[in-house]
Design a protein around this ligand. Structure first.
Ligand code: ATP
Ligand code: MG
Length: 230
């Protein structure tokens, strides 16, 4: 069974404001694609539209199953993992409880222990999530997505605000997720992350797809620089 994530012609509007226009991306199982773009380019809107957290038109297909039109919970249940922008964890629950809540509805066939991937959380299992550092909360947010038994994982700026060491660790974790066979759709502002992952990139500008190619394309830094400044 393949679990490619295929997004076609996705549009997102907020009232009369268009945040994303006609996004088409295929993320094969075991590969990573990075959505790049400046503040307000439409990256989060894309992930929220794919995840069913906001209304969007277009199609979302995961492992051959159409998810568009389904609720966010149904999409998650079908294997779409989502690490939201800004580390969403339950601050009053312990690390172990946060993971247990996320694991509740994981399908048996995709169930996986997130602590194998994130052993650094083991020593914090009894701590309230609200007391963790920002980096630890980001790891927990990723652990929660894995605990849900996904086939594809979307991550929204997981390196935001982290120290260089934790940025490197986050990149390592994303590479592991990819190599385990998940389809990974990453949102980033930093090109270095896509470069280190050797990821494909889709560059958004004012909600439109301005460029697509390889993250390691030597022309990309200049292109992004001119786009982010214009
Ligand atoms: N809830 C909302 N209501 C109205 N407009 C919104 C809403 N959320 C986002 N927008 C607008 O949609 C556009 C895209 O925003 P989005 O958050 O998707 O960008 P982004 O690329 O994720 O930016 P950032 O890098 O700052 O996270 C922006 O013009 C933003 O102002
Ligand atoms: Mg965003």
């Amino acid at each position: 069974m393949t679990s490619d994530l295929i997004i076609e012609n996705l549009d997102v509007h907020y009232g009369g404001v268009r945040a994303l226009t006609n996004l088409t991306v295929t993320v094969r199982a075991g590969t990573c694609t990075t959505l790049l773009g400046a503040n307000g380019a439409g990256k989060t809107s894309a992930l929220r539209g794919i995840g069913g957290l906001i209304r969007a038109s277009g199609t979302v297909t995961l492992g051959g199953r159409r998810l568009d039109g389904k609720s966010a919970a149904r999409r998650a249940g079908a294997g779409l993992g989502h690490v939201l922008e800004g580390r969403h964890v339950f601050p009053g629950l312990t690390v172990a409880e946060n993971i247990a809540v996320a694991r509740r509805r994981a399908p048996r066939e995709t169930r996986r222990d997130p602590l194998e991937l994130l052993p650094e959380l083991r020593s914090h299992l009894d701590r309230p999530a609200g007391g963790l550092s920002g980096g630890q909360q980001q790891m927990l947010a990723i652990a929660r997505a894995i605990a849900g038994g996904p086939r594809a994982v979307m991550l929204d700026e997981p390196t935001n605000g982290l120290s260089p060491k934790l940025v490197a660790r986050t990149i390592e974790i994303i590479a592991e997720l990819r190599d385990l066979g998940y389809a990974v759709l990453l949102v980033e502002q930093r090109l270095e992350v896509a470069q280190e992952l050797g990821s494909d990139v889709v560059v958004l500008r004012h909600g439109e797809t301005a460029h697509r190619g390889s993250g390691t394309d030597p022309a990309l830094p200049d292109l992004l620089h001119s786009m982010y400044l214009s």
